[in-house]
Design a protein around this ligand. Structure first.
Ligand code: C2E
Ligand code: MG
Ligand code: MG
Ligand code: MG
Length: 282
């Protein structure tokens, strides 16, 4: 047992930490196997145009269908996948699978011709030299028009402040992909710096949308965020919209797009066409 007198207690062997280490190892082994066996599923959450009240597109959100542990949310395995370098294979698989799916939907009916897909990109992807070529291959294989594809990156990607990232983003923009800053407001980017990137939209983090309600008078920071986004010539997407009040407030503020449980949970792929066919409108 470690010495218990003195100022701090140093445990030479902490059973709790040992247990955690084993859990992490297990998770890593499981993940490697899961990537090989493609145990992942993509769910699709509708994004609503506030001007029309109709579905503008879907965000692809990955889940892990674990053989014994059930459905595992991305927050519980993406960080580990990043740590052990599996994120590249996984995120490229998500990218390609979601674009194939988009193509199927777009071909399904004239009504769906113009729907978009949002793909989350881990910051780690940008450090792989063949990322650009892989993206070109995905486009060639799926025949999706990149102007229907919105790539979501977090502020941290941009704050890395390196020419490689800037170069890749410019290339993606030239290929006609749309670029979206996800979880806007949770990072530390300066506005003028953000403005120097070729971005199409800011997605306001759900924590700000949540606080809007508690702050009826000025709706917290959301009006300012929408103002900033529009003054930089970008669209604004609100995430985590759960109530009619929030929806009404966002409409008053001329927010362009919204997504959240009020409209729909992320849906299994098989349920998406039924959902669209029910002709939901807000
Ligand atoms: P995100 O991109 O900000 O995605 C939004 C998260 O909010 C999703 O959680 C979604 O299910 C959840 N959400 C949607 N509507 C509401 C709502 O009204 N209220 C609340 N409280 N939550 C809502 P999810 O699917 O668990 O994903 C969590 C995060 O995992 C994502 O945050 C994203 O950062 C990451 N992620 C998901 N899929 C991928 C992926 O394919 N690649 C990468 N690199 N990351 C992914
Ligand atoms: Mg996202
Ligand atoms: Mg987000
Ligand atoms: Mg978020």
């Amino acid at each position: 047992r470690a010495k218990s007198s003195g100022r701090a207690q140093y445990h030479v062997f902490d059973p709790d930490m040992h247990f955690k280490a084993i859990q992490i190892l297990e998770l890593e082994n499981d993940l490697r196997r899961a990537v090989e066996r493609e145990e992942f599923l993509i769910y699709y959450q509708p994004i609503i145009s506030l001007a029309t009240g109709k579905i503008a597109g879907f965000e692809a959100l990955v889940r892990w269908q674990h053989p014994t542990k059930g459905m595992i949310p991305p927050t519980e395995f993406i960080p580990a996948a990043e740590e052990i370098g599996l994120i590249y294979t996984l995120n490229i698989w998500i990218f390609k699978t979601a674009l194939k799916q988009l193509k199927i939907w777009q071909k399904h009916s004239a009504f769906l011709e113009n729907i978009t897909i949002n793909i989350n990109l881990s910051a780690r992807l940008f450090s792989y030299p063949d990322f650009g070529a892989v993206v070109d291959n995905i486009i060639a294989e799926t025949q999706v028009n990149p102007s229907y594809v919105e790539l979501e990156i977090t502020e941290s990607v941009i704050m890395e402040n390196n020419d490689i990232v800037r170069g890749i983003l410019q290339q993606l923009k030239q290929k006609k992909f749309k670029l979206v800053i996800d979880d806007f407001g949770t990072g530390y980017s300066s506005l003028s710096y953000l403005h120097s990137f070729p971005l199409n939209a800011l997605k306001i983090d759900k924590s700000f949308v949540k606080r809007m309600q508690d702050n009826q008078e000025n709706m917290g920071l959301v009006p300012a965020m929408i103002g900033i986004s529009h003054s930089m010539g970008m669209l604004t997407i609100a995430e985590g919209v759960e109530t009619q009040e929030q929806l009404a407030q966002l409409r008053t503020l001329n927010c362009d797009l919204a997504q959240g449980f009020l409209f729909s949970q992320p849906l299994k792929q098989e349920l998406v066409l039924d959902f669209i066919a029910s002709n939901p409108q807000w």
